[in-house]
Design a protein around this ligand. Structure first.
Ligand code: COA
Length: 260
């Protein structure tokens, strides 16, 4: 995979995707969104990849937002299209991948940066991280799913305050709010991501993909999450992983999942 704005490292079952525009604090321009889309699409199809870590290059930012210079002159129509296309290509796309994606928030995660972190399946932050949705300070609102995912993660009242004040919270506050699962010094961020990935990889990737679908379905309007769970649960019984997992338990050995 040949990209200009992102770096990809693949090592055994783990893929690391690094957004690499440090001079622009890794701001998401159109090209970066498109590259991330094709990278995630390929990695999700690659059976050998079991966990994806997503982070920003440099020590200052995960992603400082959508690239403001690209949309400052947009019309109403172009603004709507920008949000729709971005949500389809990246934010909804990442949320619905069946391969787990963990955001390693290594600095500023603002606007589209926080929205991208919130699209990942969960988040870990370094202790210098600062997060917020500052769009109202630019005369616009979050357009990459932020008005929906932030209240899902931290509750409506706190989300309203963060959006209205366009303020930033630090990593400890983000942990207290439930926005990130852990806070560690920056040098421990990738090692912790790798450690959690090593626990995930012991389990059935087929079951994990179905669990992601079932959990996500509860947040989709008009979809009954309990029904989705029943369907995904039932489907597991037809998988080789289920046979291996239950057989291994009864034979008192560790499972060796075929991931089928
Ligand atoms: N879009 C485009 N460029 C951005 C950017 C964004 N979202 N965020 C940062 N940059 C660029 C800056 O323009 C600057 O480029 P330059 O060196 O060519 O002038 C470079 O990244 C470094 O940013 P700078 O503002 O100088 O760093 P700082 O340490 O003084 O401030 C921030 C850091 C994150 C507080 C500040 O960059 C900022 O407020 N960024 C915008 C955040 C935002 O509103 N995001 C939501 C967008 S919808």
């Amino acid at each position: 995979m040949d990209f200009e704005n992102i770096l990809i490292e693949q090592n055994d079952y783990l893929a690391k995707v690094v957004i690499n525009r440090p001079k622009k604090l890794n701001a998401l321009n159109k090209a970066t969104i498109e590259e991330l889309h094709s990278a995630f699409q390929k990695l999700n199809k690659d059976q050998s990849v079991k966990v994806i870590l997503l982070t920003g290059s440099g020590e200052k930012a995960f992603v400082a937002g959508a690239d403001i210079s690209e949309f400052a002159h947009f019309s109403v129509n172009e603004g709507g299209k920008l949000a729709a296309k971005g949500q389809e290509l990246l934010f909804d796309f990442v949320e619905n991948l069946t391969t787990p994606v963990i955001a390693l928030v290594n600095g500023f995660a603002l606007g589209g940066g926080l929205e991208l972190a919130m699209s990942c399946h969960f988040r870990i932050a370094s202790d210098n991280a600062r997060m917020g949705l500052p769009e109202t300070s630019l005369g616009v609102i979050p357009g990459y799913g932020g008005t929906q995912r932030l209240p899902q993660l931290i509750g409506k009242g706190k989300a309203m305050e963060l959006v209205m004040t366009a303020g930033m919270i630090n990593a400890e506050e983000a942990k207290e709010y439930g926005l990130v699962n852990y806070v560690v010094p920056q040098e421990e961020l990738i090692p912790l991501g790798e450690k959690i990935a090593s626990k995930i990889v012991r389990n059935s990737s087929v079951a994990i993909g179905k669990a992601i679908k079932a959990i996500n379905s509860g947040f989709v309007d008009g979809v009954d999450g309990y029904k989705s769970e029943i369907n995904e649960f039932g489907d597991c019984f037809g998988t080789e992983d289920f046979k291996e997992g239950t057989t291994a338990f009864l034979e008192k050995r560790k499972p060796d999942f075929p991931n089928k």
